[in-house]
Each structure stands twice: as structure tokens, then as C-alpha cells.
Design a protein around this ligand. Structure first.
Ligand code: MN
Length: 290
């Protein structure tokens, strides 16, 4: 069984714009090498929004050098960007946006959902790109619930394969480096046995409920469990109904230098990103966001 390297309790929730009330589970500035290839995870626990005509979310902002992965659990999120991509994701859907060389986008509660009000539950993961792919053209993958295979594991846990492979089922997301993203739902007393590649980063983001990890520590949400890279076996047991995002991937052994919405390899590249954004170079399409 893998050893547990770290258990990080989430900080108090904060607002991203006026639409996403999230707990940060990890942020690359804390320990880029340990988390690699993942950079950040925010989780918005179920939150009731009253009906509103006021837009709620985050207006135009840039990204460069990585990917943003938005998972909708409840409610609806709308996106549009400087490449002309537009989409609404709802329960079970995922938006996998590769910012790469640069994108400007907006993220909102979908206006009809915002108007009628309701419960929003979502997560946003940032995935780093290898240096060689940081300046490739942006890419947008809208992945609907029906495209995501679901495996019922021996211990009863339900595993939705968003990226990578689990029990022979391949996930729909295309990625730039080897990554597994598994959305796991467990009822009380259900369990999940995992076999992962030795040497990869493996993390359990415990979003809801509480679990016992590798037969040892019990962990209450919201929290992040980072497993040691040695070994291949891991286990989750639900102490109560739980939702866990399993993140597994090959570490990218390159320097990580970030500032706000840009994550590159050097300080110079960050300065260049700021200049390129300010001079409008992120907007290549006539279909401008906003
Ligand atoms: Mn964004």
C-alpha cells in the first residue's frame, strides 16, 4: 500500500468573481513539484443561489500555459472565449479548456439558471502543460455526461473516467501528458481499490463526506490527500457518503513560474505573457469574448 505523504485541510471558502464560492484544495505555489502535473483545485460545495437578473461569475480574463478543467456537479455554467468557443455545462458535464498560448474567456452561471436560481456545485482543476506544449494553439473540449464512462468497482464505488483509463474504460478527455482524472462517488461502507503507476503523482481530493485512506487515516472533506510516489496500491473506504476526485499523473519535471492567470517556466515568459495579453495578442479570432 502506498504511504500517505500529506493531508491538507482546505482553507476557508472564498469567492471567485461573484459566482463561484470555492474551497481551494491545493495551489501550485505551495509545492509545485509534489503536485505536478496538477496546479490548482477549487471546489464549490453545493450552494443555493437565489434568482437574479444580475450576471454572476467571472468576466473577461486571460490564461496562458496550462489547462482549466471545469466539472459541473449541480447547476449550469456558461463559458465563452476569444477562440469563439461557447458552451454550457450541467450536471455531470466537463469542460476541458487548453489555454496554451493564450485565451481570454468568461465564466458565468448560465443566465437561465441564474434567473431561476438553484444549487451550484462545481470544481475547477488546473493542469500544467509540458514546456513544449505551452505555446501551442488553444483547444476546447466540451465533454457531456453521456460521454464519460462509469465503472462500478468491486467495492461498490462508482468511478467516472473523465481522463485516462480505469478498469479498461478510457476517458474522453485528450491530454498533453499522461493523466488520470476519476470522479468517484461512494456510499457509506463502499470501497475502492486502486492500482496506479509507480512514480506518478496520486492525490485524493475529498470533496464531500469522509473516507479512510489506505486502511489508515480518516479524512473529512474538504481536504486533499497526497500519496507517496512509491508503490502502486491505494484504497478508499467511505465512512459516510463521499465524493472524491482522484488525480493521478506523470510529474512534469520542469520549473513552474506563475503569476495570476499565467503559468510558465521562467519569469521572462511571465513578463512576455503580460505584454502579449496587454497588446491583444491573445485574441486571434474575430469572435471576441464579451
Ligand atoms: Mn478562467
Amino acid at each position: 500500500m502506498k504511504k500517505i505523504a500529506h493531508i491538507l485541510k482546505s482553507a476557508a471558502p472564498h469567492w471567485v468573481g461573484n459566482g463561484f464560492h470555492v474551497n481551494n484544495l491545493f495551489m501550485y505555489e505551495q509545492a509545485a513539484e509534489v503536485l505536478s502535473p496538477f496546479l490548482l483545485l477549487d471546489y464549490g460545495a453545493p450552494k443555493q443561489f437565489a434568482p437574479s437578473t444580475q450576471p454572476r461569475g467571472v468576466g473577461r480574463h486571460p490564461h496562458r500555459g496550462f489547462e482549466t478543467v471545469t466539472v459541473a456537479y449541480q447547476g449550469e455554467i456558461e463559458h465563452h472565449d476569444s477562440e469563439g468557443n461557447k458552451g454550457v455545462i450541467g450536471p455531470g458535464d466537463v469542460q476541458w479548456m487548453t489555454a496554451a498560448s493564450g485565451i481570454v474567456h468568461e465564466e458565468w452561471l448560465n443566465p437561465p439558471f441564474n434567473a431561476r436560481g438553484g444549487v451550484l456545485e462545481m470544481a475547477q482543476l488546473w493542469v500544467n502543460l509540458p514546456a513544449k506544449d505551452k505555446m501551442t494553439p488553444p483547444r476546447y473540449q466540451e465533454i457531456v455526461n453521456a460521454q464519460i464512462p462509469e465503472v462500478v468497482a468491486e467495492g461498490g464505488a462508482r468511478v467516472r473516467v473523465i481522463a485516462g483509463e480505469f478498469a479498461g474504460e478510457g476517458g474522453p478527455a485528450m491530454t498533453y501528458s499522461p493523466i488520470n482524472v476519476w470522479d468517484v462517488q461512494l456510499k457509506t461502507d463502499q470501497s475502492l481499490d486502486l492500482t496506479v503507476e509507480a512514480g506518478y503523482t496520486t492525490m485524493f481530493a475529498v470533496l464531500k463526506g469522509s473516507v479512510r485512506v489506505n486502511g489508515a487515516d480518516s479524512v473529512k472533506s474538504p481536504a486533499l490527500v497526497v500519496l507517496d510516489r512509491d508503490g502502486t496500491e491505494a484504497k478508499l473506504e467511505a465512512l459516510e457518503d463521499a465524493s472524491v476526485l482522484v488525480l493521478n499523473g506523470e510529474p512534469i519535471n520542469e520549473p513552474v513560474v506563475g503569476s495570476g492567470p499565467f503559468v510558465m517556466n521562467t519569469r521572462n515568459e511571465i513578463m512576455q505573457a503580460m505584454r502579449d495579453f496587454q497588446s491583444g495578442k491573445f485574441v486571434r479570432s474575430a469572435a471576441v469574448a464579451g
